[in-house]
Design a protein around this ligand. Structure first.
Ligand code: CA2
Length: 147
């Protein structure tokens, strides 16, 4: 059984579709999970899709992925810009890491321009809306298929 791709979502992303549609669109996180599950089946991957508002829980999932996951796709939310602890956890993971942001963080407040996650990620997708998740999953399939 191939190892799953962990798709991890950070604080407040559970509110997707409920507020600020001009920035984040109208789709919910459940919609994102469904489109990822559909694509995963198409490209022969399995996923574990999670969201938490708690930094420690995200770190626990990243550590779990060390033994059980083939790759990590992460939208760490605002923790992207603050969390050295998430970076340290990602640095302890051996497989590919891809970073996703729904909005274009470089077009927004200056404090969103720096990402600790980017110091570890093989690639970054920002500003493609929720489509960024499926784009990242396709890229993950390519990265893992080459092995
Ligand atoms: O663009 C992204 O995906 C972000 O990671 C989203 C984070 C933000 O802090 C990052 O700078 C960029 C915020 C997630 C909050 O999501 C909400 C969605 C709907 C309503 C309220 C918050």
């Amino acid at each position: 059984m191939p190892k799953p791709i962990y798709i991890l979502n950070g604080p407040n992303l559970n509110l997707l579709g409920q507020r600020q549609p001009e920035i984040y669109g109208r789709a919910t996180l459940e919609d994102v999970a469904e489109s990822c599950a559909g694509l995963a089946e198409e490209v022969g991957l399995t996923i574990r899709f999670h969201q938490s508002n708690h930094e420690g829980q995200l770190i626990d999932w990243i550590q779990e992925a060390r033994g059980e996951g083939a790759g990590i796709i992460i939208n760490a939310g605002a923790l992207t810009h603050t969390s050295i602890a998430i970076l340290d956890a990602l640095n302890a993971f051996d497989g590919p890491v891809l970073e996703v942001h729904i909005s274009n963080i470089h077009k927004r407040d200056a404090f969103r321009h720096h990402s600790y996650v980017s110091l570890r990620a093989e690639g970054v997708i920002a500003g493609f809306g929720i489509e960024g998740y499926t784009l990242a999953l396709r890229r993950m399939a390519t990265l893992l298929g080459g092995k």
